[in-house]
Design a protein around this ligand. Structure first.
Ligand code: CA
Length: 237
């Protein structure tokens, strides 16, 4: 099966640097997005470390191998923070997608997202690990209130934090024509799900879809770094 994949990351319009990092490796069938945080460019270090840790992840992928890599990245980031005071408190999200046989598996910490676009429908496969999502789950905020809430980016879990992490994992059978999108919140903060679905519907080409996603997020303000990794499974004819 020939997988088409492409990826882009963009500083956006307001940030000085880019603290997002990504992996797009169709050969190993491994894809990831990490969104770093922390002063003095430490966020960049944390997200890069999360992606580097995936170097050691090879097929066959399982939820366990991905989870192990997430924990190893967390340990490495915590250790680096202890060794270098300027980097203490740095953290990152990480969302990893791996493909095996006819199955997609993922592991996820933070508020980057994995979406599936199938039959013109976009569904979010990961759950945002944020304070506002917890409020939505408890019935205290509506999804719309959560979206515009001043604390919308406050994470309930991230790598590099003192609290132990519990990566969310999932798996799903994939089918010809499925498209998987990994992205940082710089994309989803600017574009609604229906905007993303419309762009994917309009752009059959992987490259042009990703380019358009980034461009549209910048047109809507580009307030954060924007990263998108798109994985297209061939359609059958
Ligand atoms: Ca971000």
């Amino acid at each position: 099966m020939l997988i088409q994949s492409c990826a882009r990351t963009d500083r956006g319009l307001l940030r000085d640097g880019n603290e997002d990092a990504l992996l797009c490796d169709p050969k190993r069938r491994l894809f990831a997005v990490a969104d770093g945080m922390g002063g003095h460019a430490a966020g960049e270090v944390a997200s890069a470390m999360a992606i580097e840790r995936l170097e050691s992840v090879h097929p066959p992928h399982t939820a366990e191998t991905l989870t192990r890599a997430v924990h190893a990245a967390n340990e490495a980031i915590l250790a680096a923070g202890r060794e270098s005071p300027g980097r203490s408190g740095m953290g990152t999200t990480v969302t990893i997608l791996a493909l095996r046989d006819s199955e997609a598996v993922w592991a996820h910490v933070g508020d980057s997202r994995l979406y599936l676009y199938r039959n013109q429908q976009l569904s979010q496969l990961t759950r945002d690990q944020t304070w506002v999502q917890q409020q939505v789950d408890a019935g205290l905020l509506t999804p719309e209130q959560a979206r515009v809430h001043p604390r919308s980016s406050l994470l309930s879990q991230a790598l590099g934090m003192p609290e132990p992490i519990e990566p969310e994992t999932g798996r799903l059978q994939f089918y010809p024509g499925d498209r998987f999108l990994l992205c940082s919140d710089g994309l989803t903060g600017m574009l609604r799900d229906h905007d993303i679905a419309a762009i994917l519907a309009d752009h059959a080409s992987c490259e042009s879809a990703v380019r358009e996603l980034i461009e549209r997020a910048n047109q809507k303000g580009g307030t954060d770094n924007i990263t998108a990794v798109l994985v297209d499974l061939p359609a059958t004819h």
